[in-house]
Write a protein that binds this ligand. Structure first.
Ligand code: IMP
Ligand code: MG
Length: 189
């Protein structure tokens, strides 16, 4: 879907995303190139979906995939929610190198919870790659090893990011029209 009336402006185009994703995949491939075992990519659903697909097809190393489903936003436009792990990975990650793949880090609360959870399974290492990083919103001490773009404190949609589970299928990252969203929400009550 190219256009939507809840999009205020394009923040990062499809071309920019593709270029940056290739660069990230090249860096990550170099980092793990001498690994004996395939790296375990752990995608955080559902937002990781678009980025993970693009990223992994550009990786030049062996990898296996697994997913977690973590609910952190509950359809709200504010991240004032405690994350809940709804679906855990199935792979035995003891002594394995883990790369968590995220769409965006905002407060960092979700990732912190995920890292703590995965650490209990005694992996060899845990690293994080995220397409977007809202550094200005960080509330807890968690940093990505690799990030694509630092983004402003705005409500973003597209390329996996949702508003009430929709708009994930926009092929670019956009700033949502918060006035229109507020209007919509007012009319619902
Ligand atoms: P955090 O726990 O505050 O870091 O939020 C992490 C999760 O919230 C991300 O993985 C996204 O799924 C979601 N999120 C954060 N910022 C946005 C946004 O601007 N638009 C849509 N979803 C977002
Ligand atoms: Mg996410």
């Amino acid at each position: 879907m190219q256009n939507h009336n809840l999009v205020k402006e394009v923040l990062i185009s499809e071309e920019e995303i593709n270029k940056k994703t290739k660069e990230l995949a090249a860096e990550v491939s170099t980092f793990y190139q001498n690994n004996e075992q395939p790296v375990v990519l752990v995608g955080v659903l559902k937002g990781c979906f678009n980025f993970m697909c693009n990223f992994m097809t550009n990786l030049e190393i062996d990898c296996v995939l697994d997913f977690m489903y973590v609910e952190s936003y509950a359809g709200k436009t504010e991240s004032n929610f405690q994350p809940k792990i709804k679906v855990d990975i199935l792979t035995d990650i003891k002594d394995r190198d883990i790369l968590i793949v995220e769409d965006i880090i905002d407060s960092g609360v979700t990732l912190k919870k995920i890292v703590e959870h995965l650490n209990k399974k005694q992996p060899k290492s845990i690293k994080i790659v995220t397409l977007l990083d809202k550094k200005i919103k960080r509330k807890v001490d968690v940093e990505a090893s690799w990030f694509g773009f630092e983004v402003p404190d705005a409500f973003l949609v597209g390329y996996g990011l949702d508003y009430q589970e929709m708009l994930r299928n926009i092929p670019y990252v956009a700033i949502a029209d918060v006035d229109k969203i507020k209007e919509l929400e007012k009319n619902k009550v």
